[in-house]
Write a protein that binds this ligand. Sequence first.
Ligand code: 5RP
Length: 217
Amino acid sequence: MSQQRLKIEVARAALKHVEDGMLLGVGTGSTVNAFIDELGASGIRLEGAVSSSDATTEKLKAIGVDVLDLNRTGDLALYIDGADEFDAHRRLIKGGGGALTREKIIAGASKRFICIVDESKRVNILGEFPLPVEVIPMARSLVARKLTGLGGQPELREDFTTDNGNLILDVRNLDLVDPVSMETKINQIPGVVTCGLFAHRPADVVLMATESGIETI
Ligand code: 5RP
């Protein structure tokens, strides 16, 4: 099965958790794009959605979903998003698409977070995927030095600005055996908006598409 086919299968599995009249949080990325396509074809009428990126907003509007301001909605029933990596505790690395900050905000505001992935995203220990860190531009060098001090090798994501007007440092070789502690340490560096570790607030459920069907973790 192609990776795109796996994304469509897991998108369909996620759709079973979505009901008419729901307030839905929607993440960013190619798996979420498959989910939005399936949502559009499903006939489900949401009350509205809170979007994690400009790209997702555009796609949601194209299928007729009202995109709402989180400041007006209050908590959301459900958040659907992808991930770059996940472990057995449903802790994640996110931010490959650069939308990590809004994604983390929506995850924090959602009663339930369902993460949709294919099996290529499963790891024993997080950190094979470079950890994205969103940084205020004037703090770029300071944050890079501090991340090096934590054992990482940060690299500026070239020609990329987040929807919030910030930069991304992609960090290799961090020791993420204790991702909760590393998330805390990185988020305390002045100038860091947030890092792409979702360990304090992991997914509640991971739906993983495999060649032999959908696994629920
Ligand atoms: C965007 C993300 C995405 O969820 C992550 O990059 C996975 O994307 P894809 O579904 O395209 O593999 O965190 O910031």
